[in-house]
Structures are given as C-alpha cells and as structure tokens.
Design a binder for this molecule. Structure first.
Ligand code: HMG
Length: 386
C-alpha cells in the first residue's frame, strides 16, 4: 500500500521583523545575520496567536468536509505546548470540527516530534487503510531579547494530511534514526526560554547528520545521486547549507548543482519565517515543492529531521504524478509580502508580552480578528474564537 502526504498546509503570524533591524538595534553587522546565518526576516506572533491557533489555521488551509469526516487521528508535534496535561491537538480537534471518533495526542522531542508523528500516522493507515491522519507541527521559537539565539526565532505551523494513495508524495520505508543523550538545547519547566550551547548545538546537528546519513546510505544501498533534493531541519538556513555541503562533498558537479539549486528553493520560506522548531523541516519541504522548477513525478527527496537533546532521523519521499496541482504557487506574493512589518519596539512588546491571570484565573486579551485567536483565559481555561 502506498501511504504518504496528501496535502500540506502552512500558517504563520501576520507580523514580521526585518532581521537587519534586529542587527542594527543590537549593534551587530547585519551581514552576520543575512549572510552568516542566511536569515532575512522572522515571523512574530502576538499572544493571541499561539501554537493552537497557528495549528488550526495550517490545517484549515488544507482540510475539506470529507477529510474532517475521515480523520481519526490528530498528532501534534510541539515543544511550546500551552498546557502540561491537555494536548494542543484536542483544542485543534474542537476548533476544526473533526468527527468525534478520533484520537488526539501531542508529541514532544524538541524539533523532531512531528517526524515521529509521521511514522505513527503511516503505521495507523497501514492498519486502517481508509483512515486519514492529520499530523501538525506547531511552534513558537523564542530565545529572549538580546539573547544569543535572538536572530533564530520564529513562529508557524505546518499541517500534513496522511492517507493511502496520496496526491503529493509517498513516504518510503527507509527511515534510519539515532539518539544521543546530549545537552545542546533544552528548556527546563521553570524557564520561559531555552538554555542553549549554541556552538555545540551546531556541531552536534552536523555530526548527527553525517553519521546518520552514512548509516542511511549503507542500510538502504543508496547514494546521494538517488535524490533530486535534500531537505534539512532549518534552525537557520546556513546550517542546512553546511549540512548539504558536508554530505555532497564527493558528488560530481552536475549532481551538486541540481541539489544546490533545490536547496535554494527549500530555504525561501524559512529565510522569512525563522526557526519554527518541529515544523522547520516541513516548511523547507513545502518551500521546495512550491518553488522548485525542476522537480517531477517519481523524483526522490531525502529529509533530515533533527531535534536537540538529541534525536534525528533520515528518510525519503517519492513525488507522485500530478503533485504540482496540490500546491500553492502564490504564497510568497499573497501571504509573505502582505504581512505587517514591525519596528524593533513593537517586536519587543508584542513577542514577549506574557499572559498574567488574576486571582480567579482570568485574563482578558486584546481583540484579534485572525481566523482563529485566543480570546481570554476564563477560570484558567483557554478560550479560543473560531
Ligand atoms: P552567533 O554567536 O550569533 O554567531 O551564534 P557566530 O559567531 O557563530 O556566527 C554565525 C556565522 O556568521 C558564522 O558563519 C560567522 O563567520 C558569520 P560560519 O563560520 O558558521 O559559516 N559572520 C558573518 N558573516 C558575514 N558578515 C559578518 C559576520 N560576522 C559573523 N559581519 C548561533 C549563532 C546559531 C549559535 C546562535 O544564533 C544560537 O545559539 N542559536 C540557537 C541555537 C541553534 O539554532 N542551533 C542550531 C543547531 S541545534 C537545532 O537545530 C535544534 C533547534 O532547532 C531546537 C530544537 O531541536 O528544538 C535549535
């Protein structure tokens, strides 16, 4: 049975910060961010647009009534959960009006969670071929004003519908994964921001990539030449480029050229959104699919998923006939170019404003007319507007 990605949707906040404004405000040469990290903008969410509303918007972009009747599992990968107990996918289930007899769970392992979700979704459809599974990756990456990671923040969600005979790509059964118990990036329960050993995290990302890649090629008797594109987890685009250079070092020039061209297509969205943790790899995939001019049916794409801590996985997908018809070609002009640009003062105010509840567990929030928004906290309960 062929099981894979039938639809992909994306949502980001409608506000952004130009990374050059951030550099100037911090007394840093803007080239360090635009060339050193290859980052251009970052998406900034107000407190009324959390991982639940972003997830609901990403899914609403792709789901029709038939999907909502047939989805019987929602898996949401995140590391910025809104509750220690209730899964964000349960809120999303309610907001979207998915039929009742569905399973809803949240998965956490840094930026890797949604990849585990994809595998779970595939196994579920294998056992129940008529099922559709909604896999969502939704995160808001915040490191704090003036922090070392400030230039690598972002916010957004990716939603993928997994089913048999998919319209976009088949998930190949070639996954190779690795776990290393390391402290490169983590967030203790008492801290609003992650702790990060920045340089170590980049070394670990690259080492996990090369060792897993070698094992992947060996276990699957494949070579880099078998792929038309490689997608990477993108905490910032330059790290993906370093990864690409490392694993394609010995390839002939014409193969390198194709992979490099497709890499450029794969980073267009991340360059303007920033790190969205669990969704970053899949935002790269969406960017590639919607902007590459040389992909065709049957082409294979390898994906590198990395979550600090650390767990990583490499697997591949194969494009199916007609996949182009199920993608948007106007996202850059219709969505990205229409966002509101924030000043540095607005960014510092909006992105870091927290929700304080009174002694009864209530908080009123500013009005937000986005398709889904957090309206208030009422007796410690989050209340969303559909
Ligand atoms: P930093 O100290 O801001 O930057 O840290 P740097 O000094 O390492 O410089 C960055 C690059 O800019 C370097 O390029 C410089 O040479 C260059 P490289 O040598 O690496 O090729 N540069 C310049 N280029 C042009 N003109 C200039 C200039 N100056 C310098 N004037 C760091 C950067 C990413 C470490 C920091 O932002 C950080 O800590 N970010 C957060 C952690 C992170 O993103 N880690 C990535 C790997 S871990 C991961 O991917 C998991 C994660 O997504 C979380 C999860 O799994 O949940 C983070």
């Amino acid at each position: 049975m062929k099981i894979g990605i039938d639809k992909i949707g994306f949502a980001m906040p409608d506000k952004y910060l130009d990374i050059r404004d951030l550099a100037n405000a911090r007394g840093i040469d803007p080239d360090k961010f635009t060339k050193g990290l290859m980052q251009l903008e970052m998406a900034i969410s107000p407190r009324t647009q959390d991982i639940v509303t972003l997830a609901a918007r990403a899914a609403a972009e792709i789901l029709n009534d038939e999907d909502k009747e047939k989805i019987d599992m929602i898996i949401l990968g995140t590391e910025t959960g809104v509750d220690q107990s209730k899964a964000a996918s349960v809120f999303v289930h309610g907001l979207l009006g998915i039929q009742a007899f569905a399973r809803s769970i949240e998965i956490k392992e840094a930026c890797y969670g949604a990849t585990a979700g994809l595998e779970m979704a595939r196994n579920h459809v294998m056992a129940k071929p008529e099922s559709r599974v909604l896999v969502i990756a939704s995160d808001i990456a915040k490191y704090g004003v003036g922090s070392g990671g400030e230039s690598t923040q972002g916010a957004g969600a990716i939603a993928m519908l997994i089913k048999k005979d998919p319209a976009i790509a088949v998930l190949n059964r070639d996954n190779v994964y690795q776990t290393r118990d390391k402290m490169d990036f983590w967030r203790p329960n008492y801290s609003p921001y992650p702790c990060v050993d920045g340089k170590f995290s980049t070394e670990l990302y690259l080492d996990c990539l090369s060792t897993t890649w070698n094992q992947y090629l060996k276990e699957n008797s494949k070579s880099a030449k078998d792929f038309k594109a490689l997608c990477f987890h993108l905490p910032y685009p330059k790290l993906g480029l370093k990864g690409l250079s490392a694993i394609t070092e010995n390839l002939e020039d014409h193969h390198k050229e194709v992979l490099s061209k497709n890499f450029t297509s794969s980073i267009l969205y991340s360059q303007r959104v920033g790190n969205i943790y669990t969704g970053s790899l899949y935002l790269g995939l969406l960017s590639l699919l919607e902007n590459s001019e040389n992909l065709k049916a049957k082409d294979s794409i390898a994906l590198y998923s990395y979550g600090s801590g650390a767990v990583c996985e490499i697997f591949s997908i194969q494009l199916v006939e007609g996949f182009q018809k199920h993608l948007r070609k106007n996202r850059l002009t219709n969505d990205f170019d229409k966002r509101e640009k924030l000043s540095i003062e607005e960014y510092e105010d909006i992105f870091f404003k927290t929700i304080e509840v009174d002694e009864n567990g209530n908080a009123e929030l500013e009005e937000d007319l986005s398709p889904y928004a957090l309206m208030k906290i009422d007796g410690h309960k989050r209340v969303y507007r559909k």
